[in-house]
Design a protein around this ligand. Structure first.
Ligand code: PEP
Length: 249
């Protein structure tokens, strides 16, 4: 089973999101081989969930609030996303951490909120270019894992980890993808590290400038269970090509 998760971020207009989801919902992908999930913005979320209902796609939240209900202006809770049909939620995406100053404590609370509400959290981790330069990659990733997971009751709970080196994310422009061998190596030791938190097998996805041309070089590696795709997932032809390539394996 290969995971293909599409993070549409805030790239598209309201109408473009509608059009892309309707066009995509008309494609049939092999559910025995692929787990495809689309992460639209919050405004389009319910509409996209309705478009994909009964199709071979799940929908996920790009971010969740950690309190279920109450006087929290502007927040949208994991509970609300669950009620609107979210199966997954991204937690701790680097754009949340570094642009919106989301710290490890908030990430931990969001992980907990997802688990309580029955949403599968996709914990995003990864080092910055500076970490890499200072040889702090392993330190950063281990710290992000421990702060997010320590103290959570993961028994019987599904979680996913996305390894996304911050320097590899395209952020609208051209990114520098991590080499597949390097990513595979990091996935190997993340898998090992995760054993202290859960007995379950945790799928680990690679994210950072994945497109239809390089996707196979990642998913063919032994330790990479799938991909989290940003920019390339927002263009219909490119994304369908990417998915078809993985499906052909
Ligand atoms: C992301 O930010 O989750 C991502 C993978 O972006 P991109 O594919 O555009 O590098």
């Amino acid at each position: 089973m290969t995971y293909i998760f599409a993070n549409w971020k805030m790239y598209l207009s309201y109408q473009e999101v509608r059009e892309l989801s309707i066009a995509l919902s008309q494609e049939d992908f092999d559910e025995k081989k692929l787990k495809i999930t689309v992460f639209p913005n919050t405004i389009n979320f319910s509409d996209v969930a309705r478009v994909f209902a009964g199709r071979s796609f799940a929908v996920g939240a790009q971010n969740v609030g950690w309190t279920p209900q109450g006087a929290y202006t502007g927040a949208v809770s994991a509970l609300l996303f669950q009620q609107a049909g979210a199966k997954y939620a991204l937690v701790g995406h680097s754009e949340r951490r570094y642009i919106f100053n989301e710290d490890n404590e908030a990430v931990h609370k969001k992980m907990e909120a997802c688990l309580v509400e029955g949403i599968i959290p996709v914990l995003c981790i990864g080092e910055t270019a500076e970490d890499l330069k200072e040889q702090k990659r392993e330190y950063r990733i281990k710290k992000q894992l421990s702060k997010a997971l320590e103290g959570l009751n993961l028994k019987g709970k599904e979680i996913i980890v996305a390894y996304e080196p911050v320097w590899a994310i395209s952020a609208g422009g051209k990114g520098t993808p991590c080499t597949p061998a390097d990513a595979d190596n990091v996935h190997g030791w993340i898998k090992n590290e995760l054993k202290q938190y859960t007995k379950q097998n945790v799928p680990i996805l690679y994210g950072g400038s994945v497109d239809s041309k390089n996707v196979l070089s990642y998913v063919e590696q032994g330790m990479i269970d799938g991909v989290l795709v940003g920019s390339a997932s927002t263009k219909l032809d490119e994304f369908v090509k990417l998915v078809r390539r993985v499906e052909s394996l």
